[in-house]
Design a protein around this ligand. Structure first.
Ligand code: C5P
Length: 322
């Protein structure tokens, strides 16, 4: 291992962070904005550590990628219900053989991974991550773009007018209260996801556009907490992990790039912006540190792949024999 250098350690905890970030993370760990209640056997109460294969099966069995459809109450009785897709994402997209999930990490800069990323059958990108001007490092194919409601609502991102969002299918999400009652969420979203959705649909009626059922994000959250030895932030997982699990339900094999940092590890937040903050890679609001522990444990690729390519290899759910 000596020549390889360090790759992500699957036992990272908030105590290993620098002073400033540790305090931010601890604040979020104590806060409970979404009313998270969890019970039953969790890592916190001393559950035995599961193997990677066991974790994968747990994820497959306990998490389902669902999206809002036009026949789902309370949306079905709203005037704009017909703009929601009639069928769920998982019946419209895929199955794909090989997929790429492109984190937006600064370590993708100068990676030269563009060709490899584009060689996959489907490519998932996040939020405002561009390809134009960065093709050598991140490729140019976009099959699915996962966006959060904050990006949809922010003036800076020109969500309604920018061509950045026009390729592939869009999938949006917004943090809902933990005990997800869709009506309560509809009346109290974090950002105006439904207003922006309706506006976007009017401007781009032909582009496929899904909204994740908020149950999904909390199912994923529960898998992280149940498998960690300390309380994690009581906030939804980052787009990075949500997108990875989404692709695991559509693809035979999922390659995730620079979620676990390679030798190019940097405090540069995004490959497309000159902004530096270790919180982008280690998490503050999101339980990102623990997400990475989980992904490291499930990785079926080698540590060398992580070190040189920032690449993790995960099996799709259909490929698992549980
Ligand atoms: O910042 P944004 O959420 O748009 O980035 C997409 C995802 O990429 C994040 O949710 C996170 O999972 C991952 N990421 C990362 N390290 C970074 C930047 C992003 O792991 N430095």
């Amino acid at each position: 291992h000596g020549l390889l250098g360090e790759v992500w350690d699957d036992e990272m905890s908030s105590s290993m962070l620098g002073n400033r970030l540790r305090k931010v993370v601890q604040n979020y760990q104590a806060m409970n904005k979404y009313g998270v209640e969890f019970s039953g056997p969790g890592g916190v109460s001393g559950r035995p550590k599961l193997s990677g294969a066991e974790l994968l099966c747990e994820l497959k069995e306990k998490v389902s990628v669902s999206t809002l459809t036009s026949d789902l109450p309370p949306f079905s009785s709203l005037s704009w219900a017909a703009t929601l897709p009639p069928a769920p994402l998982t019946s419209d997209l895929g199955p794909y053989r090989s997929c790429a999930v492109v984190s937006s990490a600064g370590s993708l800069r100068y990676s030269g991974l563009g060709k490899e990323i584009d060689s996959h059958d489907a490519v998932l990108r996040f939020n405002a991550a561009p390809t134009t001007g960065y093709e050598k490092d991140v490729g140019s194919k976009t099959t699915i773009r996962l966006i959060n409601s904050q990006v949809m609502a922010s003036d800076d991102h020109r969500f309604l007018s920018s061509s950045l969002y026009s390729s592939g299918a869009l999938v949006a999400w917004d943090p809902a209260p933990f005990s997800a009652d869709l009506t309560q969420w509809y009346n109290r979203t974090d950002y105006p996801i439904f207003l922006q959705y309706q506006r976007y649909r009017r401007l781009h009626p032909l582009q496929p556009f899904y909204i994740l059922h908020p149950r999904f994000e909390w199912q994923v959250w529960q898998r992280i907490q149940d498998n960690m030895a300390e309380p994690i932030q009581k906030n939804p997982p980052s787009s990075g992990l949500l997108g990875t699990v989404l692709m695991m339900s559509l693809c035979d094999t999922v390659h995730v790039y620079e979620f676990l940092p390679s030798r190019r590890k940097t405090e540069l937040c995004h490959y497309y912006q000159r902004f530096y903050d270790a919180a982008c890679t280690l998490g503050a609001y999101h339980p990102l540190l623990y997400e990475k522990n989980l992904v490291k444990r499930m990785n079926q690729g080698s540590d060398r792949d992580i070190y040189t390519h920032g690449r993790v290899t995960l099996p799709g759910f259909r490929k698992l024999n549980c």
